[in-house]
Design a protein around this ligand. Structure first.
Ligand SMILES: [Cu+2]
Length: 427
């Protein structure tokens, strides 16, 4: 890496902290080369990378565990636990063979450790409180010192009071580029940590005792519409690395508009003989799945968890069945007691984003944002792959310009007649 590339990296890291707009721009900007063979830096949408200091032949990093104020989406904030000002903490990006000294300062009200999930290292550096080290007491700084011998995608998280600390947001991703690039050159490389939270509307903190009924599902701790889109070029080869440190749920991550292959897990590289096409990749709790594809169709393609309850925001759970009920009658009777009352889910839940529903303080409605054709029904663990002819000049907030006649619309009378389709026929 030359000096100019280093400076670009620094600028990107700086802009990532500046604002969401700057961040969206960073997503669409060509990445600097950071590893041998032209391997480019990864993008952590809505996040950033840890800054390393080179001391002798060693990379020195510093993680500070602390409580912070986090916005999941406009309208919903909570106090979470994370590292260096964010949850997930900064992505650790390295090259195979890098020796590191990682200092960990504990500013939490209770002990913690850091476990380097998937990384093979000396046992005493594995970060399991009680088993391989004593826990880091509040106020202490510990030193982890080891060499990244494997390439791959890994994670970091505490191994002390796991249930509380991970539920509150302590997690991060690790990317170790191979010493020599493997496989076809990748043009874009994205890093996403999936997670689930329970935050009662109005509550100040996530509930770490939740075991079911998680009501907030996130990529890099953002719920759609706050998830930054993944901007990519037509014909480019794209890699997406998804980690999962959710307390309880696996996430089948589904991609629209592409056919992809699983290339790596946190255990290593998938042999060529074992690769096969998929559109959905199950990312189990405590796992990383890395998949790659080449884009062939321009457009705005959804990428989301396929568990339907994982593409809803708060307020989307625990309703009685309303499909087929007469909401007017219910509304009339309840309004006598509660004047502002409106029955939710008159005909399913889909239309709810269209309504201006009063929602409790510090909560977000059950679903997503606005698209070019109206409300998008999905929220939560949802983002958009924006495949563009000129990705580096594309507005990340913009939408695909569909060529005339390529959008599904009401069937013209002439087509119905010509094809002999009668909408009123008996079924
Ligand atoms: Cu899910």
């Amino acid at each position: 890496m030359n000096r100019r590339e280093l400076m670009q990296l620094g600028l990107l890291a700086g802009s990532a902290l500046a604002s969401r707009d700057a961040l969206a721009k960073a997503v669409a900007t060509p990445r600097p080369v950071v590893a041998p063979g032209g391997q480019r830096a990864v993008v952590t949408p809505n996040g950033g990378a840890l800054e390393w200091k080179q001391v002798g032949g060693v990379k020195v990093g510093h993680l500070i565990a602390h409580e912070l104020d986090h916005e999941f989406a406009p309208g919903l904030r909570a106090k979470v636990w994370g590292y260096n000002g964010s949850s997930p903490g900064p992505t650790l990006e390295l090259t195979q063979g890098d020796a590191v000294r990682l200092y960990v300062t504990n500013r939490l009200p209770e002990p913690t450790t850091v476990h380097w999930h998937g990384v093979i290292l000396p046992n005493g550096m594995d970060g399991v409180a009680g088993l391989t080290q004593r826990a880091i007491a509040p106020g202490e700084t510990f030193l982890y010192e080891f060499t990244f011998r494997q390439a791959g995608t890994f994670m970091y998280h505490p191994h002390y009071d796991e249930m509380t600390q991970m539920a509150l947001g302590m997690m991060g991703m690790i990317v170790v580029h191979p010493r020599a690039p493997r496989g076809p050159r990748v043009d874009r490389d994205f890093v996403l940590m999936s997670h689930e939270w329970k935050i009662e509307p109005g509550a100040a903190r996530p509930d770490p005792s939740a075991m079911n009924d998680f009501n907030l599902l996130t990529f890099n701790s953002k719920a759609f519409p706050a998830t930054a889109p993944l901007v990519m070029g037509l014909g480019e080869r794209v890699r997406i690395r998804v980690g999962n440190l959710s307390p309880m749920d696996h996430h089948p991550i589904h991609l629209h508009g592409v056919s992809a292959e699983l290339t790596w897990t946190d255990g290593g590289e998938v042999p060529l003989s074992a690769r096969h096409p998929e559109t959905t990749f199950l990312v189990p709790v405590g796992s990383v799945r890395v998949f790659e594809f080449v884009t062939t169709e321009p457009g705005d393609w959804a990428m989301h968890c396929h568990m339907t309850h994982h593409v809803m925001n708060q307020m989307g759970h625990g309703f009685p069945v309303m499909v087929g009920a007469d909401p007017e009658r219910i509304d009339r009777r309840v309004k006598a007691l509660v004047p502002q009352y409106m029955t939710m889910g008159h005909d399913g839940m889909g239309s709810m984003s269209e309504m201006e529903m009063p929602s409790p303080t510090n909560s977000i409605p059950m679903r997503g944002g606005r698209g070019p054709f109206g409300g998008i029904d999905m929220g939560g663990m949802f983002t958009v792959l924006k495949v563009r002819q000129r990705p580096d000049q594309a507005d990340p907030a913009g939408w695909h310009a569909h060529p005339a006649g390529t959008v599904a619309e009401r069937a013209p009378e002439a087509s119905l007649a010509a094809d002999g389709v009668d909408p009123l026929r008996e079924v």
